[in-house]
Structures are given as structure tokens and as C-alpha cells.
Design a protein around this ligand. Sequence first.
Ligand SMILES: [Zn+2]
Length: 355
Amino acid sequence: MYNFVPKGCEALKEIFPKIIGNEELCARLARSLLAENPDLPHAYIIEGAYGTGKRTLAVELAKALVCENRTNTDAPALPCNSCRNCRNISRGACPDVIEIGTDGKASVGVDAIRELRRDVHIYPNDLERKIYIINDAHTMTVQAQNALLLTLEEPPAYAFILLLCENSALMLETIKSRAPIIRMKPLSPEDTERAMLLSDPSLETKKRTDPALFDDVIMSADGSAGLAIDLLSGKEAAKIAEARRASEKFCILAANAAKKAELLIHVTEVCTSTRETAKDQLESFALAVRDLALLKRDGDTALRFFSDREKATHLSDSFSLRKLLLISDALLEAISALERNSNTRLTLISMLSKF
Ligand SMILES: [Zn+2]
């Protein structure tokens, strides 16, 4: 959500009310959209990790572009979400907003793009624009990307193409030169929670029933509301909660030199089922230790592991910065040793001997 004063208008307009975070990006798009003739390019690549709101932005952008109240300075928001065009797009009932995806396959193939190329020359049914949303565009085969290039080079004036991708490095340079990249930033934990509740209000009940698990999942999702929702709905949630408790206990024991034996028992207990589990658990330890080290340097730093800042600060105070860095190095070394298929137990013992 972003408040914006349109040109020639004193009133504040709420911009992209359904987009959480990414304020600068929304303001930039708003400036282009609120111009008399929107001066947006014909295509954008929307890049961001899984679950960071790429598709939501694409749909909101489509609505804003054709919103009947776009230039109405009295309308309180853009998109207004109440005009016919906005409502039809929200319901997925607009024939001129067309979504393409992998269709259950591993990639977006050349056939889907050929169909787009044919369809793009048919004048829109209902709107002044025809908007294509290509989901998982990073999976497009080279052949598909080359086929799309022809459309991107000379699109009909009414066409607007949004390529949603997790990694623009997988897109051909020729595509990138014709479609500017919009990068979605990971959300803060607070914004992740807001985005989750906005997308599924029934999660409020889950939050009330088990607030600690809710926090665990948000912190583990690392800025992706979509991933947090997935994690909360699957069996992963309990595993994550367990791994996080184990990491907290790791920090508490590591802070106390007298608990060395207990630390060894704890680490071998939680890390020895498979090499993969051990690696995941060490990564979780490393994330917790990273938070504690950052807190030593800057009290305002954004935390990625601890949701309770006070508790984390208290824990951080029981370490010296030198010790935290030593632990962090030992953990990272052990993770890369496990990646090289070293013996898990020996790796753990050698790791613990370093701090
Ligand atoms: Zn509207």
C-alpha cells in the first residue's frame, strides 16, 4: 500500500492497495500509470523469489492500466477495485487478461508462446488493452523465448506483456533488452504476516491457535509470504518449529563454556539422521548465530532467525563477537564439508572442537 499525490491533485491516492511492501517500486509504476497516456513499456519482467507477490503485482498492474477511474482524481485508490474492469480482472473473468504457464509441465514451451503470438494480433474483446501474464517465465525454453522475441520487438499498441520469473539470469539478453526488469523485494516479517492474512484471512485462526508456530514459519520463509503459507499448510511446519527450537538450544548451550558436553550430545542428537538433515540443521544454527553477531554490531538490524528481538539481544549479550564469528566460521566449514560428503559424525566433532 502506498499513498501518492497525483499531479494536479491535492488528495492522497492509495496506490496498489493490495501490494504489501515494495513501496518505491509501486511509486515508480504509479508515476507512469497516472500520466495522461500511461508511459509504460509494452513488456516487463517481474522478478522475485517464489511467493514474493509477482502474480499479485501483475494482476494489480493490469487492473491499474485499464481501471475506469485511473485518471479520476477523486477516486481514492488505483486500481479502484470497484469499477467493472477492476472487478472482472479480480474475478479472472476478463477475456483480455490472458495467463500462460507451464500447464503442469517442467517448462513454458514454444507451443504456448506460438499461441500467444497468434492471439496477440486479435484485437481486444472488451478492454482497450490486451494483457498477457506469463507465469514461470524463467522456465521458458530457448525456443519459446526466441518465439516471444518477435512479439516483443513489434507488439501491437494495445498489447502489454508481463513475464513473471524467479531468476532473470535464465532469460535471454535479447528479451531483457526489450522488457525492463521490476524486482520484487523480500518482505519484512511484519509485511509477510500482513500479506499472508490479506491473501487468506482464515490464517488469523491459525495465528491465534499457535502464535509461536506462526512466527517460526514467517521467519523460515525469509520474506516470501507464499512460502510461509505453503509451510503453514503442510507437514513442514512442525519440522521447522523443531529445527528452530534446536537452533535456539544450540545458541544457549554454546554461550556457556561449562555446557560443552551437553552441546555435543544436543548437536549429535539433532544432526545425525541423514547428511541432508544435518546440513539443514547446521544452516539453521548458522542463521541464528548470524542474527546474534549482527545484533552485536547494530541493534536495529533486521533479524532473519529470531522473531523475539529482546530474547535475541539477551542471548547475544552472553557471547563475545569474536566467539560468535568463530562459531559461524566453524558452522560454515562443517556445512561445506557435508556438501563434500564427509562423514557426518566426524564433521560435527571437528566443528565443535573449533569454538
Ligand atoms: Zn477500477
